[in-house]
Design a protein around this ligand. Structure first.
Ligand code: CP
Length: 306
């Protein structure tokens, strides 16, 4: 069965079969990444534009590698070297790009809903690589892939997302995806960084990091998104660290072996201590590697309609 949508805009409402199909397909591409020649001809002849209008390291490089490893033609577009600087609108920009016969657009944009907007004005397949504080679906898919790789399953595990939940697109996509896949999901952070009514999304809330550590199988630790905060939500980073940082000392209260994840970029010594980030409990670099396989799977499934 193909995916139920011709775009990947978010995980809200995505059927379990679609998530399962992406994760299973990623397993095949994960094997390709271990070969001496990490390339297959699957998307030969297709042109993909990476439209990154907000900063990125992992997602941008990961998509580009995934596209090249599927043999697609790749065009990288950034606002700073484009006519957007001369005042051209997003609509005019993408319609001009589409006139050059492109097949897919991967978009990262600070404005929520920008990938959805592109689906209204273009025929190309659209993939959301992060829209403001809304969704980051491929990050959540690679997170779920990494959890499944480590534990053999997602169902029944307790995943706690720690940090700035209010401003995090990673948190929202993870909540949608993990609850669909049958995980127990909780969030933990200062009251000011947890949206009111978040329980309506099927998650539990911890305001104490030690309680979260005692209960969870996995901690997905998030960065404080200072660039998205227009007011002060806690007194200082020092204060945040004192109450919510995940440290070796704090992990002593875990009742079972705990797995540490982080989508990056890490603010070492703020939300996560360096020794925990680099410890055996951490699968952070495994997440990065799996991200390429998961993005290959998404591009393949959308690009071939399989
Ligand atoms: N995880 C993530 O989205 O990282 P980048 O902002 O570096 O792409």
């Amino acid at each position: 069965m193909p995916l139920s949508s011709r775009h990947l805009l978010g995980l809200e409402g995505m059927p379990k079969q679609d998530i399962q199909l992406i994760l299973d397909t990623a397993t095949t591409f994960r094997e390709v990444l271990e070969r001496p020649v990490k390339k297959v001809p699957t998307l030969q002849g297709q042109t993909i534009v990476n439209l990154f209008l907000e900063d990125s390291t992992r997602t941008r490089v990961s998509f580009e590698l995934a596209e090249r490893r599927l043999s697609a033609d790749v065009v990288n577009f950034s606002a700073s070297a484009s006519s957007i600087k001369k005042g051209e609108t997003l609509k005019d920009t993408v319609r001009n790009l589409e006139a050059m016969k492109i097949d897919m657009v991967v978009i990262r944009h600070a404005a929520q809903g920008s990938p959805h907007f592109l689906t209204k004005i273009m025929n190309a397949h659209i993939i959301n690589a992060g829209d403001g504080s809304h969704e980051h679906p491929t990050q959540a898919l690679l997170d779920m892939y990494s959890i499944r790789e480590k534990f053999g399953t997602i169902e029944g595990l307790h995943v706690c997302i720690v940090g700035d939940i209010s401003h995090s697109r990673v948190a929202l996509s993870n909540i949608y995806g993990l609850t669909t896949m049958g995980a127990t999901v909780s969030v933990c952070g200062p009251k000011t960084l947890i949206p009111k009514d978040i329980e309506k999304l099927g998650v539990n809330v911890f305001y104490n990091i030690n309680s979260a550590i005692r209960e969870a199988d996995v901690l997905n630790v998030l960065r404080i998104q200072l660039e998205r905060q227009d007011r002060v939500f806690f007194p200082s980073l020092r204060e945040y660290r004192e109450y919510f940082a995940v440290t070796k000392e704090r992990l002593k209260c875990a009742r079972k072996e705990i797995t540490i994840m982080h989508p990056g970029p890490i603010n070492r010594g703020v939300e996560l201590s360096a020794d925990v980030a680099d410890s055996d409990a951490s699968i952070i670099l495994q997440q990065v590697l799996n991200g390429v396989a998961v993005r290959m799977a998404v591009l393949y499934l959308l690009g071939t309609g399989k």
